[in-house]
Design a binder for this molecule. Sequence first.
Ligand code: SAM
Ligand code: SF4
Ligand code: SF4
Length: 376
Amino acid sequence: MSGGWAKIYQNIINKSIIEGAPTAGFFELTSRCNFHCKMCYVCSMPEDRSYLQNELTTQQWVELGRQARDEGLLFLTLSGGEIFMRKDFFDIYEPLSEMGFNITLFTNGSLIDAEKARRLGERPPSKVSITLYGACPETYGRVTGHPEGFDKVINAIKLLLAENIKVELKTTAIKDNYREFHDIYEIADGLGLTLGVVNYVAPRREGCGTDPENNRLDPIELARYEKMLQDFRLKHTDMKKLKKVLKISVDEDVMTEKTIGDAINKLLETKKTDCVFNCTATRCAFWLSWDGKLTPCGLLTEPSVDVKKHGFLESWKHLKSAGLDVPVCNECNSCQYRKRCMTCPARLKVETGRFDRPAPYLCELSKARAELEVIY
Ligand SMILES: C[S@@+](CC[C@H](N)C(=O)[O-])C[C@H]1O[C@@H](n2cnc3c(N)ncnc32)[C@H](O)[C@@H]1O
Ligand code: SF4
Ligand code: SF4
């Protein structure tokens, strides 16, 4: 996002935060996925009936879209699991698109064929954000369990671009793929696309068989990786061509974008807020899980409100007020490493089981960042 549109976006988010309007939301259409990434926080098996039968139906998603639009939803991200696992994906997407949302699709890309790309092209989303898990079939095999996925994803990107659909790439760094960063970068560059980096890998929220904590980078490895990215960025900003392509945004995790963070920081500086979330969660953003739980963000299972029982508006009101009860972590607030740390209530909770307890993984990372002079 750049120039005038970034400013407009920032203004809308600022205003929504002040008014407490649900302007940005994630619809997690399914937890099922055709891939089985080692570090995934959510995935369940492709046709697992126990998950299938608890997914919100086509009509429920469309109706919730309507209700959320009436309360001010504008920026809508559809995520999963893998959204294209749903056979009714277009029956959900097309009515939502008709409602006028600015829609982003989060996908692994591997299930997008010519027909799906064509159909998306008829009502293009604002962007399709595809995660690249490696730069070759072998790495795809190690990370996702599907070596054939690599060629499918590259093909899908080309199909989407041929339909004039905006595509953005990101990569999630884990032990099995982080050494391939330069090759992944070359792929993005070769396709003329920007590349984001998901550097924080959270513990598993639900699902089976994945093991984020044993597959993510150790704190020191992660700090070194970030340092490498920092040097890479510094080295290239001199070069005009690369400046255009290289928009590595570290910490572009499932909930936050840097532009949003800046808006919150202004509010925090002026102390006009009682909410301890340092992103948009519960202020003007929400996550709606595949089984109908409204939560602050995709990492968390609480606080949570059942939209099937309460409908969207009531659930949003409950969530906002529950967000205000989330306790602050005093140790983090007075910590000398705070500025270098990615601490937030959600991360503390998933790392330690409590919102107000420092997380050893984040503490070690912050110290390593300080030693390596990683500017965060
Ligand atoms: C859960 S996936 C859903 C969309 C799609 N299946 C994909 O892989 O892009 C959304 C994003 O979360 C990232 N992700 C997966 N596991 C994660 C974890 N444990 N912590 C943080 N991000 C994670 C993925 O790499 C992806 O970029
Ligand atoms: S990260 Fe995405 S592609 Fe990988 S298993 Fe999870 S939902 Fe599927
Ligand atoms: S998580 Fe640890 S390093 Fe980070 S701010 Fe809290 S106490 Fe400091």
